[in-house]
Write a protein that binds this ligand. Structure first.
Ligand code: SF4
Length: 255
């Protein structure tokens, strides 16, 4: 696949358009051939096509009572460190819990780890991470002062969008992170966190510029840094700058 097509697909998914995108590993049988030789199936295809049986032991399937009882991020991180509640746990290199100030007033939420994040065990590293850091610095904060997390903690194969059952398995961890951090403002990056955290299915271009709410915490939707890198136009950069400045104004309001 050419880089142009890759970029086009990535841009569509950043905008929340998923119905036009066929996962690379989804096989469409031709009229002549209705089966695929098992030898030709890649590991990621195998993972996506088999029903996943959740483990039952508490290390790989941490019970809700253990998650609820966590009183800080360290405890939560330890509780889920061996999680294999969904199939993504079987293909990850490292679980990417999230990082930053446990008392952050501003929290960023993305979709899920990519290749670099999976290798380093940290959210938003690589080019998109560098841009996110520049964006944070531009509004007068440091990366270490905010908190950065994702909807799912393990990398979806081929960087595909997380499946609904994977999000269902993982989202409770993010809810708990937000409960423990209690940020004054949340910034969602791209369409997936908006859809999965708030149930908003409208495209990000329509919804950005509005203020949403998660349990009374204002949520500012903006573009994903990877989208900004691909669409590096003055309009897109201004939109993100406006969103971040507005988000910053929310943490400057005295309690
Ligand atoms: S994505 Fe979430 S639920 Fe799935 S294995 Fe990783 S931590 Fe567990």
């Amino acid at each position: 696949m050419t880089k142009e097509i890759e970029d086009w697909k990535a841009t569509l998914r950043d905008l929340g358009v998923t119905s036009l995108i066929r996962p690379e590993n989804q096989h469409i049988p031709s009229k002549e051939s209705h089966s695929v030789s098992p030898k030709k199936i890649k590991k990621s295809e195998h993972v996506d096509s088999l029903p996943y049986e959740q483990p039952t032991d508490p290390a790989r399937n941490p019970p809700i009572e253990i998650i609820s009882a966590c009183t800080n991020l360290q405890q939560l991180s330890e509780a889920i460190s061996g999680c294999q509640k969904c199939v993504l746990g079987t293909t990850r290199n490292q679980l990417v819990f999230g990082e930053g100030n446990p008392d952050a007033e501003m929290m960023f939420i993305g979709e899920g780890p990519g290749r670099d994040e999976d290798l380093h065990g940290r959210p938003f590293v690589g080019r998109a991470g560098d841009l996110l850091e520049k964006m944070i610095i531009a509004i007068g904060l440091k990366r270490s002062e905010v908190y950065i997390a994702n909807i799912v903690k393990c990398r979806p194969p081929d960087n595909r969008i997380p499946m609904p059952e994977e999000v269902r398995s993982c989202l409770g961890y993010l809810h708990k992170q937000i409960e423990l951090i209690q940020p004054k403002v949340i910034i969602t990056l791209g369409a997936t966190p908006l859809r999965e955290l708030l149930g908003i299915t409208e495209g990000i271009t329509k919804i950005r510029g509005t203020v949403q709410s998660y349990k009374s915490i204002p949520v500012i939707p903006t573009f994903h840094p990877a989208y900004v890198l691909r669409m590096y136009t003055p309009e897109v950069r201004k939109a993100v700058w406006d969103d971040l400045k507005f988000a910053k104004s929310k943490i400057e309001i005295p309690n």
